[in-house]
Design a binder for this molecule. Structure first.
Ligand SMILES: [Zn+2]
Length: 75
């Protein structure tokens, strides 16, 4: 009976390890996908800093990191 419990514990441990190993790369891909969905990185036309698309200011068809740079325009 004791051997059976040890065997079951080993199987559970093995399944857990395999699932964890399989999940790790998937999580990283998910993170990247989420980062892309949250905001594709764009470049400020004035200073060249990269920022998420959702935070960029759109002025005259160009993207800027701040209202200040949108006012100053392309450099
Ligand atoms: Zn800028």
């Amino acid at each position: 009976m004791g051997r059976l419990i040890v065997l079951v514990l080993l199987v559970v441990l093995a399944v857990w390890l395999v699932r964890r190993a399989l999940r790790a790369p998937g999580d990283q891909a998910d993170l990247r996908k989420r980062a892309e969905a949250a905001g594709q990185l764009v470049r400020c036309a004035h200073c060249g800093v990269h920022l998420p698309r959702s935070e960029a200011r759109d002025a005259g068809g160009l993207l800027y990191c701040s209202d200040e740079h949108a006012r100053l325009g392309e450099r």
